[in-house]
Structure formats: structure tokens, C-alpha cells
Write a protein that binds this ligand. Structure first.
Ligand code: HEC
Length: 161
């Protein structure tokens, strides 16, 4: 797979977003058409993970890569495009030293989920072989579960002054 295909997916996504936003007022970002909140927002009970502004920015960029990668992977699994599955899994499964530095003081559970997710990406790459369709789908599901368990348990927070 090629960088071209990744780029195509990216641009297709970006243009679809633009079309949806201009065509459907109901789909505008909440900040543009939301009514003012009715009362205090409900408390967020997730565990805060303190990140500097620059650290958060880096993590967000990584997250967008994950999201895009999952979209490419879901297609590649559907069409048995093993080359793409291997390439994207290797990319997303490789530890990023900058991120590791940013989250080195994060709670143990946070870092464990992140490690488990990388190991799932490695398994996904290994399962990119003919006749392993069920394993591919199961592993893809296991990765999604890591996304949602981290997001469900932790939230980013600014360091306390
Ligand atoms: C170990 C924890 C963890 C895992 C696993 C994780 N995320 Fe995140 N994710 C975060 C944190 C923390 C933020 C919030 C960053 C912030 O708001 O500063 C975030 C934010 C995001 C965002 C919002 C980015 C933005 O622009 O604000 C997306 C999209 C996202 N994650 C997608 C994913 C996907 C897809 C996966 C799985 C493939 C995933 N995440 C796995 C911790 C995680």
C-alpha cells in the first residue's frame, strides 16, 4: 500500500467532512450551532492524566494517526489487502519515543493499555495471511477495545499549577 492510498483516504475523508458540514446545518460542529448549556456540565469521573500543552498536542496528533489508521485497516481487512495491513500495523505498533516520554509519569494502567494496544497491532500484522480472516477481525476488535477502554477510564488534564 502505498502512501498514495493513505493520502487518498485522507483527502476523501477531509472533503467528505467539508461537504457534510456545508450541506447539513445539523452536522456543524457543536460550537457553531449549540444552544448554551442548560446547567453545570456533569462531573467527569475519569482519571485525569496530566499533560503539558505541548505533550497534549503531540498525543492528539498521534491519536488522529490511530483513527486514520483504523479506517485504512478496516478497509484493508475487508479486501484482504495483506500488504496494507502489515504496513499500517507496523507503523502504529512501533513505540514512539516522544509519546513514551510524554506519558512516562501517567498512571500505570494508562501505560499498560497503550502497551497492550501496540502489541495488538503487532499481532494484527502477523495475522495478515490468507485464511486468517477471523483472527484479523478479532484482533481489530481487540484494538478498538483498547481505544475505548483508555478513553473511558482516562482524560487528559493540564498540570496543576
Ligand atoms: C492509553 C490511552 C489511549 C489509547 C489506548 C487511545 N487513546 Fe485516543 N486519546 C487519549 C487521550 C489521553 C486523548 C486526549 C488528548 C487531549 O485531549 O489532550 C485522546 C484523544 C483521542 C482523539 C481526539 C484527538 C483530538 O484531536 O483531540 C481521538 C480521535 C482518539 N484519541 C482516537 C483513538 C483511537 C482510534 C484509538 C485506538 C486505535 C485511541 N485513541 C487509543 C488516550 C488514548
Amino acid at each position: 500500500m502505498s502512501a498514495i492510498r493513505l493520502l487518498l483516504v485522507f483527502f476523501a475523508g477531509a472533503s467528505l467532512g467539508a461537504i457534510l458540514i456545508s450541506a447539513a446545518p445539523g452536522l456543524r460542529p457543536a460550537s457553531q450551532n449549540a444552544a448554551p448549556p442548560a446547567g453545570p456540565a456533569p462531573a467527569d469521573s475519569r482519571i485525569p492524566v496530566e499533560l503539558s500543552a505541548a505533550g497534549r498536542q503531540h498525543i492528539r496528533q498521534q491519536m488522529i494517526r490511530y483513527l486514520e489508521g483504523m479506517s485504512v485497516l478496516s478497509d484493508a481487512i475487508r479486501y484482504s489487502d495483506f500488504e496494507t495491513i502489515k504496513a499500517v500495523s507496523e507503523d502504529l505498533g512501533t513505540p514512539d519515543p516522544t509519546s513514551s516520554g510524554i506519558v512516562k509519569d501517567a498512571p500505570e494502567g494508562f501505560r499498560q493499555i497503550s502497551k497492550a494496544m501496540r502489541s495488538d497491532f503487532a499481532s494484527l500484522g502477523l495475522a495478515a495471511e490468507p485464511d486468517k480472516a477471523a483472527e484479523l477481525e478479532d484482533t481489530f476488535g481487540a484494538i478498538l477495545l483498547k481505544c475505548s477502554s483508555c478513553h473511558g477510564s482516562y482524560r487528559a488534564d493540564s498540570p496543576s499549577p
